[in-house]
Design a protein around this ligand. Sequence first.
Ligand SMILES: Cc1cc2nc3c(=O)[nH]c(=O)nc-3n(C[C@H](O)[C@H](O)[C@H](O)COP(=O)(O)O)c2cc1C
Length: 227
Amino acid sequence: MTSVSHGKPCAGNPHARFEEGASAPESPRRNALLHNRLITGVLITVTALMAEAKPLVVYFSHTGENYAVGNIATGNTAKVALEIAAQTGADIWEIKEKTAYPTSYDACVALAKKELAAGARPEFVGTAPDLANYDCLYLGYPNWWGDAPMIVYSFLDKAAIGGKTIYPFCTHEGSGLGSTARSLATAYPKSKVEPRGLGLRGKTAQTDAAATKTAVADWLKRLGLAK
Ligand SMILES: Cc1cc2nc3c(=O)[nH]c(=O)nc-3n(C[C@H](O)[C@H](O)[C@H](O)COP(=O)(O)O)c2cc1C
């Protein structure tokens, strides 16, 4: 038996009053009321937790000599990543390689080809952020040989992405997102990879902030993620 402390009449029986601390008679209706209150409490808690959950932007981007943009200090994908974080209020984390990729475009292209063929998992600097604190992940990378750079897989292998929704975005110079979203979905079947990722020309991301802003805003709106 459970005691009630509000002393108010039960709905449906206005004459019954329960004193503070007194035992209340069991009835199916009363049990149903208490049950409903419990459910409401749980729902409020869950809603509050969901409201606190934040998105996270994780990206890899290469600086130095790059296709169509010359020598760049901030990578093309980095520009898009920053714009997504600005528009969603997400935290942001950059995947940085432990052993630097060559700054020469041709040398980087050659190394990336080897890494892809080998299914390499190059090491990254630091510890991947704890995804338990985030409800969804925006994942950014350049298109390298039709796939995400292998270091992006290094991150995903280590991060607890099971059950998370991943929204991929990619910069490229003609191939678009390619099959990168499909490759990620195949590699990480415990996560949901949104197939409608954002693909943007690297040159646009690098040189046209207004177009980048619009592309990001349109994409977030399309996916129902705009704030
Ligand atoms: C190693 C390497 C491989 C690339 N492969 C492709 C490709 O297959 N298709 C494509 O459209 N662009 C390709 N690109 C161009 C990049 O995807 C593009 O320049 C991108 O915006 C670079 O982004 P970042 O500055 O963030 O690294 C490649 C560039 C590099 C360095």
